[in-house]
Design a protein around this ligand. Structure first.
Ligand code: 5CA
Length: 446
């Protein structure tokens, strides 16, 4: 993409309405525009990152054997009356009527609708296990929408639902989700710690929230500092292997890590004092096991091996896809702007032409742009007729992890400069070597 033809409405001033750094940077980098409290338009740069995050979520769901569907945003109230949640959900649910005076609602989550799909089409235990998920807009009329996409009213969420014959199978689905979420967040350059939490309006006994530690997080958390040393890394995972998924869950949840809802001072006191931490965290996902809470009242049953009909065991599992943009920026920025992890960056590299209009520099930038593209890498080429300082400031603000700087002085020596946004370190090399280096870096990431 050539910057002169892109739509990147960066702001020079720091917007006064934004209280936390990720919200400020998303507005300044021209990623989002607020349209009403907690409701945003996604501008090209923000939309691109949202799509990258969404793609990682889809890939990891597919790897775990989960199947994508898409359910409607507007749902009939009658379905929600069957579970009792139409009345229970309270003011967070946005309700409306159509022209025939039928009650509709904007989906805040979708347990009822997915259960309706299941009961219409699945009747035998032989069709289980089954996990269906979607990535879809949700609406919750939050009392205090704030911090930009972090607590929106309209937000983008991955919501998945497992259907199993037995509690044991459903707990395997729970474990499988936990493992796949760990992988998902690590690919985004994030450490999200599973913490024992409270189930709220979704209900159920077992639930973990995934928290990214950040001072601006809305949740208060208590943990053993040793949990921050555990990584999933590149280990091979067989999602059908119950023992392996259970072992990983145990590895990640053995140490104390809880949100304030389930915090227990007496148990916490058993953690060695020097490892006891209380901090703040951003909740980027949550998994639930709730058994037959929805399947029983809604008649989602299957014929079991002995011929009798039994309600299925279920759980639901969410990832805050739009919130993740805020969480990643909170975890990865400096005073100049965003620093995107390679896994989610909107462009793989930026090209800065120090002397736009200089025939040699222009030709070298064009050649570099073409070579990166041929290598499967997308560059943002700053071809504006602007000062070098302004170009650098824009690149630093929007946070591309790598920048290639091209100017007549370097070209005379046959070199360009490759700069890491994270470390600020620069290295001179031939344009071909820069392309090769970036190909190598992204080969380990894509
Ligand atoms: N049905 C379950 C799982 S699919 C569910 O709705 N879970 S949830 O309520 O925990 O939401 C899932 C994730 O969505 C949360 O972990 C959080 O990351 C994100 N989320 C929830 N509310 C908001 C909001 N107002 N703004 C942005 N993201 C949100």
């Amino acid at each position: 993409m050539r910057l002169s033809r892109y739509f990147l409405p960066v702001l020079k001033e720091t917007p006064s309405e934004a209280q936390i750094v990720s919200h400020r940077l998303m507005l300044r980098a021209g990623m989002i525009k607020q349209q009403a409290a907690g409701i945003y338009s996604w501008l090209p740069l923000g939309f691109k990152v949202l799509r990258r995050i969404e793609t990682i979520v889809h890939e990891e769901q597919a790897r775990a054997g989960h199947i994508a569907i898409q359910m409607p945003i507007l749902q009939p109230a009658d379905l929600w009356r069957e579970s009792g949640r139409y009345d229970d959900y309270g003011q967070e649910m946005l309700r409306m009527k159509d022209r025939h005076e039928r009650d509709l609602l904007y989906t805040p989550t979708a347990e009822e609708m997915v259960t309706d799909i299941f009961r219409a089409h699945v009747g035998s235990y032989k069709d289980l296990p089954l996990t269906l998920y979607q990535i879809q807009w949700k609406f919750r009329d939050e009392v205090r929408p704030r911090f930009g996409v972090m607590r929106g009213r309209e937000f983008y969420m991955k919501d998945g639902y497992n259907f199993d014959l037995t509690k044991e199978d459903a707990l395997h689905a729970y474990n499988r989700h936990l493992v796949s979420y760990l992988r998902t967040y690590e690919r985004m350059g994030l450490q999200a710690i599973p913490m024992r939490a409270d189930s709220g309006p979704i209900g159920g006994d077992d639930t973990h929230e995934f928290l990214v530690l950040a001072e601006t997080g809305e949740s208060e958390v208590f943990y053993d500092s040793a949990v921050t040393d555990i990584r999933l890394g590149a280990r091979e995972i067989d999602y059908d292997d119950k023992a392996q998924c259970q072992a990983i869950l145990e590895e990640f949840t053995a140490l104390y890590a809880r949100t304030d809802e389930t915090h227990d001072e007496a148990v916490f006191a058993e953690v060695p004092e020097e490892r006891r931490r209380s901090a703040r965290g951003i909740e980027v996902g949550q998994i639930f096991y709730f058994g037959t809470k929805y399947s029983e009242p809604m008649g989602a049953t299957v014929v079991g091996p002995d011929g009798a009909r039994v309600p299925v065991h279920m759980g639901s599992h969410g990832i805050g896809v739009s919130r993740l943009l805020g969480a990643i920026i909170e975890a990865s920025h400096d005073d100049k702007g965003i620093i995107w992890p390679e896994g989610v960056t909107p462009f793989h590299a930026g090209i800065v032409n120090l002397k736009q209009g200089d025939a040699g520099a222009d030709a070298a930038c064009e050649a570099l742009y073409a070579a990166l593209s041929a290598a499967g890498l997308e560059a943002l080429y700053d071809d504006r007729d602007a000062r070098a300082g302004e170009k650098f400031a824009t690149m630093d603000l929007i946070g591309l992890p790598w920048r290639i700087t091209v100017g007549p002085r370097g070209l005379a020596k046959g070199v360009v400069e490759l700069t890491s946004r994270r470390t600020g370190e620069s290295e001179e090399m031939s344009p071909e070597a820069a392309v090769a280096r970036l190909s190598e870096i992204y080969a380990g990431v894509l």
